[in-house]
Write a protein that binds this ligand. Structure first.
Ligand SMILES: [Zn+2]
Length: 100
């Protein structure tokens, strides 16, 4: 199964030629805001296939970081929180437990 909802989405994110971005640590899809900064406009539906995208985990990310006593930009943030590892790992563990 592909990581994204459709081939077009996967291709657009991989190639970076359209203003669609995917922030893996927040599981967030967005359109780049053309203000020269790094802000994005979060989208909930895929512009190509129209499917509902997975919901953003931005709030959960900040909750978990806060529980570790850390804030955004702290150098002590565990590496798994800088990628999609922190939210993918529990799902993979659940799958493994299901098989045992
Ligand atoms: Zn799609």
């Amino acid at each position: 199964m592909s990581t994204h909802c459709c081939e077009e989405m996967g291709k657009s994110i991989a190639e970076g030629e359209v203003a669609i971005c995917y922030i893996d640590k927040y599981r967030e899809y967005g359109i780049d805001v053309l203000d020269g900064g790094t802000s994005i406009q979060v989208i909930e539906l895929c512009p190509w296939c129209g499917r509902k995208l997975l919901s953003s985990l931005r709030n959960q990310w900040f909750d978990e970081i806060e529980q570790l006593g850390l804030t955004l930009g702290d150098t002590r943030i565990p590496a798994e929180y800088l990628s999609d590892e922190w939210w993918k790992k529990p799902y993979l563990q659940m799958q493994n437990n299901g098989q045992n």
